[in-house]
Design a protein around this ligand. Structure first.
Ligand code: FAD
Length: 301
């Protein structure tokens, strides 16, 4: 019914675009261009990643300011608690608020194995503590991370979902999911989370496979399963950038279509700081949801 209504009214399915802080001046200039192109899809927000230990915090904030200025789109900051004291976190939250940042993705982040030996602080053991602290400090809109295929450290998916629930109980407004290649695992996760009493939006993530080998390594590390059909699809196209790009577009389009079918309330794109594929997918979803899904398929005709 939601899709049929969107089709009838021409309503847009919200999209958001994640970028990472560029490492060089050239990359910075090209991110500006990327962002202005992505803004054409009228995203709900951009989000800017931070390094696991928060050391990129200044760069993240600088990029957020620049994106907000050049696109007039809200920007969400990825805020990792790891490596900081409560006082430092409070001070940074105040700074973000003073800078006009209203959207935060509250993350625990990853702690280096030798953190204790090096005396690296850990203000909050888990992200729920950070959520509560941010909400108590300012009226931020707070998102948290969710893992449809389980966070690597969690003993089970049910335990992980209970921990996600604790983040919602601490005040989180929505969760953004780790990317999946298999949309069905998102669908199963949503159902399971609902059984645990979670009723807040769980937004699936779609990664743009710009460089399959690299993305594959990243996926394995993040605990996302890699279906054989994807390996087969990219097999042999690595040295053909144009074909690889078209293959990537086809897989993203297919994933988005299937995620919508599994009830995605929005789609978050891990853009890898590129614009062509996310913009094309965002346009298709945003402007012509009905056409994109197919009239017969969504039963809206
Ligand atoms: P938590 O929610 O604290 O979960 C971590 C582990 O602890 C899980 O196994 C969970 O089950 C368990 N747990 C949680 N709460 C409790 C509790 N109360 N009691 C017991 N166990 C608990 N990393 C970056 O460094 N920079 C980024 O910009 C970044 N962006 C991300 C964006 C998205 C959309 C996602 C999904 C992840 C991102 N990450 C990023 C990765 C993230 O930092 C890591 O996955 C990190 O290991 C966990 O962070 P978290 O906020 O999910 O932690």
């Amino acid at each position: 019914p939601v899709l049929a209504e969107m089709f009838r009214t021409g309503a847009k399915l919200p999209v958001s675009f994640e970028v990472f802080p560029p490492k060089s001046e050239n990359a910075r200039a090209s991110l500006h261009y990327t962002a202005t192109r992505l803004a054409d899809a009228d995203p709900g927000f951009f989000s800017v990643t931070s390094s696991p230990d928060g050391s990129s915090r200044e760069r993240t904030l600088a990029v957020a300011r620049e994106l907000a200025a050049c696109t007039e789109t809200p920007v969400k900051i990825h805020f990792t608690a790891s490596g900081h004291t409560r006082e430092q976190i409070d001070a940074h939250a105040d700074r973000m608020w003073a800078d006009g940042i209203r959207h935060v993705l509250a993350l625990r982040g990853d702690r280096p194995a030798d953190a204790d030996r090096r005396g690296i602080p850990q203000a909050y053991e888990h992200a729920d503590g950070l959520v509560a602290a941010l909400k108590a400090r300012h009226d931020f809109d707070v998102s948290v991370a969710a893992y449809p295929e389980k966070h690597p450290e969690a003993p089970s998916l049910d335990a992980d979902i209970e921990h996600l629930k604790a983040k919602f109980d601490a005040g989180a407004d929505r969760a953004i999911c780790q990317f999946v290649f298999d949309a069905e695992s998102y669908g199963r996760f949503r159902e399971r989370a609902e059984r645990h009493g979670i009723d807040k939006p769980l937004v699936p993530g779609v990664i743009v496979p710009t460089n399959w080998r690299r993305i594959r390594r990243f996926a394995v590390k993040a605990g996302a399963s890699v279906p054989d059909w994807l390996d087969e699809l990219f097999d042999g196209v690595e040295d053909e950038p144009e074909i690889a790009q078209l293959t990537a577009m086809a897989t993203v389009q297919q994933q988005v279509r299937r995620l919508i079918a599994y009830g995605a309330p929005a789609i978050h794109f891990y853009t890898m700081n590129t614009w062509q594929i996310p913009l094309a997918a965002g346009h298709l979803m945003g402007r012509h949801v009905g056409d994109f899904l197919g009239k017969t398929w969504c039963g809206a005709a």
